[in-house]
Design a protein around this ligand. Structure first.
Ligand code: SAM
Length: 284
């Protein structure tokens, strides 16, 4: 892929530009991302070799500055000082910066300093997996990487068990089977999807129970990058049903107070609010 126009001599206004890059397929680089990388004064990145390769592929080079949120305060302060009269782009190795990647502290400090911050949307593994999995997506909770230690992982899963939403985790091949076994114990009966190598040649999205998937991936150890998704508890309303629909169905056979109690149990919404709504819906 080559950049169609040479924009490198047109400078951007000073500030911080958060630029998403592809998660595997270089065709997912947006036109705006290419333009900003070409026109900025400096690119702050996790790994200068990874970003250097991407820019080489795009057909230009830039001044690169290694940055992560653990870089010392002095490095961050120098970067912020540069943003006063330079355009600084922030990229991570892949995908959207700040999503399980560095940048949060830099953005927070830039905003506090009154520096203009612009975010350029693009590829993100969590969102790509969510759209591919077929699991309900009206509510989701992104939980990043689970802890590696067994007890800490079990505690996090126990804390998430009753969340009425699809859960999205980042995972690695070597840990996948252990995590699936932990899921079977902590969140039994939930539908799980494993989305692997998204946007790449060997992209795969496999759905089943944690037990089925653990058996499959024990027999076929997974390679590459993985997003793990867990469907909501069965008591959560399916994505295409809203509380009004559930109330209307319940009101066909039950009194408003009973209908509200039934829907409150299914949705974990407030019973009094549902009762008031049931009265409204029941009015002629
Ligand atoms: N900022 C990135 C984003 O926007 O998705 C995520 C960075 S995080 C350090 C890296 C993790 O994202 C990987 O370990 C994997 O769980 C997930 N990931 C990244 N690319 C992926 C891909 N192509 N397919 C599946 N998962 C991917």
């Amino acid at each position: 892929m080559r950049v169609a126009h040479n924009l490198s001599d047109q400078r951007l206004s000073p500030g911080l530009y958060i630029v998403a890059t592809p998660i595997g397929n270089l065709g997912d680089m947006t036109v705006r991302a290419i333009e900003v990388l070409q026109r900025c004064d400096l690119v702050a990145c996790e790994d200068t070799r990874v970003t250097g390769k991407l820019l080489k592929h795009l057909g230009f080079s830039k001044r690169l500055w290694r940055y992560d949120d653990y870089s010392d305060e002095t490095a961050r302060a120098r970067l912020l000082a540069l943003m006063q009269d330079s355009a600084v782009a922030l990229v991570s190795d892949a995908g959207t910066p700040l999503v399980s990647d560095p940048g949060y502290r830099l953005v927070r400090d830039a905003r506090e300093a009154g520096i203009a911050v612009t975010s350029l949307p693009g590829a993100c593994a969590a969102i790509t997996a969510l759209t591919l999995s077929g699991l309900p997506n009206d509510r989701f909770l992104f939980a990043g990487f689970l802890p590696t230690k067994e007890k800490a992982r079990a505690d996090v899963l126990a804390g998430l068990a009753s969340v009425p939403a699809t859960l999205v985790f980042y995972e690695t091949g070597p840990r996948l089977v252990k995590t699936l076994v932990a899921l079977a114990a902590a969140l039994p009966g939930r539908e799980v999807s494993v989305a692997r190598e998204l946007t790449k040649l060997h992209e795969e999205c496999r759905t089943g129970s944690p037990e089925e998937l653990a058996a499959h991936y024990t027999a076929h150890p997974p390679r590459g990058e993985i997003v793990l998704l867990v469907g909501p508890p069965s008591s959560a309303p399916p994505g295409d049903l809203d509380p009004d629909t559930l109330l209307r169905e319940a009101l066909a056979t039950l009194k408003p107070s009973q209908a509200a109690a039934q829907v409150a149990k299914a949705t974990r919404l407030d019973r009094k609010v549902l009762y008031a709504r049931a009265l409204e819906l029941g009015r002629p």
